[in-house]
Design a protein around this ligand. Structure first.
Ligand code: SAH
Length: 220
């Protein structure tokens, strides 16, 4: 059983390399974290496909190659402190935990946060703190962050998150409509920030005070 997943995991790493991911630390981190541990039973057999997968409560675990791209764009350093908004399955959280010193992750849906915490504990990943709450207001207690990753789509760049970046800190955030967004790379400057478009993407909505409202999010 373990062997089967190990072989599949190697396949995913090769695929990430084929997709242009070159950073060895990132490839190694993906190799170290068993994605199946973070997924519901029903989709575990698909854990090492490069696909977004349903994790319940209308949420999805993001596509691994997109997560790897996030991390490559952010050029994370081992001593850094990172904020993740949208813990979801906790898989990306676990990969981040291999790359940086501290990961702080905020998830609005308590059942997902609990499941992610349990998986992290099973794998003895101890440099992660998870908060249940609205991540659009950040997590001021541990600010400033060297980097912030937002893993849900927002109508605008959430202002509180910019303020919780250190000067020179980087943030990746999908910004656009409910259905499609542009991945934005934000760099905090002295007075304000600079933002560049990276690519088109499609994430589940970021619901909260500085994202979409609950009502907008539940309208189909
Ligand atoms: N990186 C995660 C992505 C999960 S999808 C993974 O690969 O599993 C995005 C997540 O963002 C969902 O779990 C959703 O509940 C969460 N989310 C949406 N709005 C949020 C907010 N304001 N604060 C915190 N989490 C939020």
């Amino acid at each position: 059983m373990i062997g089967r997943f190990a072989a599949q995991r190697r396949g995913l790493i090769e695929l990430l390399q084929d997709q242009g991911i070159r950073d060895l630390a990132i490839l190694r981190a993906f190799d170290l974290v068993p994605r199946h541990e973070f997924l519901p039973e029903a989709v575990r057999h698909r854990a090492y496909e490069d696909a977004a997968l349903p994790i319940g409560l209308a949420q999805t675990a993001s596509q691994p190659s997109l997560q790897a791209l996030y991390m490559e764009l952010l050029r994370l350093q081992p001593h850094e402190r990172v904020l993740e908004v949208g813990t979801g399955s906790g898989f990306q959280t676990a990969v981040l935990a291999q790359l940086v010193r501290n990961v702080h992750s905020v998830e609005r849906l308590r059942p997902l946060a609990i499941r992610a915490r349990e998986a992290l504990d099973r794998l003895q990943i101890s440099n992660v703190a998870i908060l249940v709450g609205d991540g659009t207001i950040g997590w001021s207690r541990y600010a400033p962050y060297d980097a912030i990753l937002v893993t849900a789509g927002s109508p605008t760049i959430p202002e509180p998150l910019v303020r919780q970046l250190r000067i020179g800190g980087r943030m990746i955030v999908p910004v656009g409509t409910m259905d499609s967004q542009k991945l934005m790379m934000v760099v905090r400057t002295n007075e304000s920030y600079e933002a560049d478009e990276v690519l088109a993407c499609s994430f589940v909505p970021l619901l909260g005070r500085f994202g979409w409202t609950e009502r907008e999010g539940s309208a189909d």
